[in-house]
Design a protein around this ligand. Sequence first.
Ligand code: ADP
Ligand code: MG
Length: 262
Amino acid sequence: MTPSTTASGSTPLLQVDKVTKNFRGRPALQEVSLAVAAGETLGLVGESGSGKSTLARLALGLLAPDAGTVRFAGQDPYRLRGRTGRSLRARLQFVPQHPRGSLNPALRAGEAVAFALRLHGTPRRERPEAVAALFRQVGLEPGLARRFPRELSGGQLQRVAVARALATGPDLVVCDEPTSALDRTVQARLLDLLTGLQESTGVAYLFISHDLAVVRHLAHRVLVLRRGRVLEEGPAAELWEAPAHPYTRALLEAATGGPATP
Ligand code: ADP
Ligand code: MG
């Protein structure tokens, strides 16, 4: 197991090296290492409380590690400041679990996306057309841009969140349980959308879920987190066929509703 290298062996976009993070003296993450290469999807799975969201926040530079290092495109995302910081930040985006909580209820869906475009430096006059293009790209009828979050379904809101993340032309999008609040069919369609967007834009994902079946759908490699530690890591297909650890097998059984290995 080589947790700090990518499948292709190229320089990773995101590199997390032996990161430890404690909350009130209790470890949420212990010596966790991972890497995400350009254009790939790393699936991060683990039961609730295993440290997935903490890792997402560290990767996004919203939290600083107690020990170890986080590098995005060679820089510490927690220290991104000023103009270079802004341009690098644009390359690192987030799709949260609950879009209703992350979208301003007073802003129309199109305004939320336009705001991201503004940060990206898109001139005002070009924004309406860019918003419409992004809405189409995520499979939303552009007329929905006029609606407020309360007037949209969970699936539509999550597509708005994806559009907002894509607005800045990111290299990496951290998706923290992006489909957990959606029902199965809506979930599957969103996963297909993310896969298609990766094919067309080359964006990389750090895709987090407690559900191995969801991760398997789009991850190239999977990393299993348990109680803040990396338990195992490997190509998605291999992990699915032959999980090394009983914990991973249990996650698989929970995902498929039956034993993982016949
Ligand atoms: P997951 O996303 O896998 O469910 P989290 O990263 O949210 O796990 O949480 C990992 C552990 O860290 C949990 O025990 C959680 O209670 C704790 N934790 C996370 N964030 C905080 C915080 N801001 N303050 C205190 N404890 C936290
Ligand atoms: Mg979480």
